[in-house]
Design a protein around this ligand. Structure first.
Ligand SMILES: *Cc1c(COP(=O)(O)O)cnc(C)c1O
Length: 387
């Protein structure tokens, strides 16, 4: 390796270690379940996005195995060449039905769906207007697009309108928000954002990564929750969280999906997902449709834990979802709390800058439908000592 490069990389890594920001990767020796094994020891897991427990469901495992037996472990090429298998087409049809849309397009990951879709729909003559707490994949898509990136205050409609009202000179205005925010667990005021977009002739785009399968009576997402189905121009989501598999998607009018298929670089210039992964996703969507009790159990867990945490006097920020931040503020305190929980057999990450603003360090809890009352009581008891 180039000597100078090696020296520079080593110095930066040493700086990270000195600052206590060097990340170690834990090895999980078991399936994605509420309890996991790390270095031979059992831990209760409160940081998985496998919200409905589908990632280890027999129906998904079976669908993945059957499809793999029939079609193989890899797709062999990109969708446009010869990697477009029946498993991909079935998944896109199921997604369109599930999200009540005309059509759907599947990407290898949600990250690629955002980066590709945003950079396809916006260019240097446009502006992308995003909530300050949008996911990294949205920010990266905006940067790649070359559009003017403008940021409005978190959930702040006045701030959004302020930016919109001064955006007349751009060809296209693209307003993008997460529906459920990854770190705060709060929810975007979609009806009002839609109204502002219509008022200013802006295109609306919503990232339903944490909402798909969780929000709305049928698990269709926050658009169903608010009763605004069909009113957002571009709806993006992931198959990697509640759906229990892997992949990203965009659903919407046929013309949007046709356009992305023809022009989106992160869709065209990459190998199609393995068929087994697609089959698992399709099975996951069908389970979400057929077993609403999973979603119900998740929400019962959310209610129970929220009540317990509030009784203990914790600040849960604006959380309204299965993502529950416990604000501790100070960085040292937060990282020590996370460490102490780990010693008690509970895995919850401490979140600190640069992921969240200074002074807003927190334990970030995510719940699963399969967590038992006993799991939640155990967590509440352990957290008592973190007050
Ligand atoms: C997880 C996530 C993504 C990325 O999805 P992957 O399928 O994991 O790549 C995009 N947006 C948000 C808000 C997310 O939380």
């Amino acid at each position: 390796m180039n000597d100078l490069l090696a020296k520079e990389l080593r110095r930066e890594l040493d700086d990270l270690k000195l600052a206590g920001r060097y990340r170690n990767f834990r090895v999980i020796q078991s399936a994605s379940l509420p309890e996991g094994i790390i270095q031979g020891k059992r831990y209760k897991i409160f940081c998985s996005n496998n919200y409905l427990g589908l990632a280890n469901h027999p129906r998904l495992r079976q669908a993945a195995c059957e499809s793999t037996e029939r079609l193989g472990s890899g797709s062999g090429a990109s969708r446009l060449v010869c990697g477009n298998m029946s498993a991909h087409v079935e998944l896109e049809e199921e997604l369109a039905r599930f999200k009540q849309a005309e059509a759907a397009i599947v990407f290898p990951t949600g990250y690629m769906a955002n980066v590709g879709t945003i950079s396809t729909l916006a260019g240097p003559e446009d502006t992308a207007i995003i909530d300050r707490l949008c996911h990294a994949s949205i920010i990266d898509g905006c940067r790649l697009s070359g559009a003017k990136l403008q940021v409005y205050k978190h959930l702040d409609l006045d701030s959004l309108e302020h930016v919109l009202s001064r955006s007349g000179k751009y060809r296209r205005r693209l307003v993008i928000t997460d529906s459920i925010f990854s770190m705060d667990g709060d929810i975007a005021p979609l009806p009002q954002i839609i109204e502002l977009c219509q008022c200013y002739g802006a295109v609306s785009m919503v990232d339903e990564a944490h909402a798909t399968g969780v929000f709305g009576e049928h698990g269709w997402g926050t658009l169903e929750h608010f009763g605004v189905e069909g009113q957002v121009d571009v709806v993006m989501g992931t198959l990697s969280k509640a759906v229990g598999s892997l992949g990203g998607f965009v659903v919407g009018p046929q013309i949007l999906i046709d356009y992305l298929r023809q022009s989106c670089r992160s869709f065209i210039y990459t190998t199609a997902l393995p068929p087994g992964v697609c089959a698992a996703s399709t099975a996951g969507l069908r389970l979400i449709r057929d077993e609403p009790q999973r979603r119900q159990r998740l929400w019962e867990n959310v209610e129970y834990l929220r009540r317990g945490l509030l009784e203990l006097g914790f600040n849960l920020m604006g959380s309204q979802s299965q993502i529950i931040p416990v604000l501790l503020g100070d960085e040292t305190r937060t990282m020590q709390a996370s460490e102490a929980l780990f010693h008690q057999g509970i895995l919850i990450p401490g979140i600190r800058p640069p992921t969240v603003p200074k002074g807003q360090c927190r334990l970030r809890i995510t719940l699963m439908a399969d967590h038992s009352r006993e799991d939640l009581d155990c967590l509440l008891e352990a957290l008592q000592n973190c007050r």
